[in-house]
Ligand binder design. Sequence first.
Ligand code: BTN
Length: 339
Amino acid sequence: MESSISVTYIESTTMSQRKKTVIDILRDSDDFVSGEAISDVLGISRNAVHKHVKSLRKRGYRIVGVSRRGYRLEDEPERLSMAHVTQRTENTMFGHSFRYHDEIESTNLEAKTLAQKGAPEGTVVVAEAQTAGRGRLGRRWTSPAGKGLLFSVILRPSMPMSEAHLLTIVAATAAAEAIERQVPARIAIKWPNDLFIGDRKAGGILMEISGEQDEVDWVVLGIGLNVNTEFSELPVALRRTATSLRMAGGESVDRSEMLAGLLLSLQAHYTAALRGGFERALTAFRERDYLLARTISVETRQGAVVGAAAGIDDRGALLVELPHRRIRSFHSGDVTLRP
Ligand code: BTN
């Protein structure tokens, strides 16, 4: 039977041909290869060779350089097995069209461009590394090459724009369940969609939507998950607040299986929400509510509001109890814990 699965492998930058060739030359040799030899074979300057090596190192290739001897490839980043992912997701909603990038600016950005051009629901954009990964509230999402999961899916739900934001709750609960199936960790969700292990963030979701008021055109759901990232690989600024599945569980995690598990779980939760509404997702969220009953501060345009987190309402808004038992709801905002 003919398969209709499409996996497009996309090399990183315009220099990809040369980068690939530098790595090919290094792979072909067990010993050092001089910069001069590489530049002769490729017909590029020594400086260009040096730049390619630098870029490869940034993408997770361990290349030692010794003066007068040249470069030697010591280790390569582990790559996702798209063969495994496609086999596990065959005949499912997120199993028909994959765009796999070695390196990309942002999978969300690419998925949005594809969605605008009419790419079908279920298209998956996945990357080993992002040069400008985007987080919520204009923040950055950083992850060392080949260590995390960085992917975005295109959805085309038939629902009004006013309900679509609830899909982040669906995605967060789907992700939490998928992770727990593979890793011995309890996942809590910090409103609206941060994935927490203990008091540290392991993953986040960025949802972008387009449509008219009464009908969604497309949704891009981007998920970033720290999988095999080690403590030393976390940006210094995040070392007190972030974690990875490996750091939490003590063992390296099969990223391809994790990606497949996330996509399958996402399909189950998404189709359940389309058929039966958001009740199930809201209940699942409430069982994992990281903030519940804690004293929090919600950053709003008018300033910070401090109170006790009191769960979420049926529209997914965060409820905060203020003095005199007054409850206020928030549809967006940055939340921090108060001591
Ligand atoms: C957050 O916690 O602020 C959300 C982070 C979402 C990051 C993911 S990584 C894959 C996808 N592409 C992006 O540029 N961002 C999302």
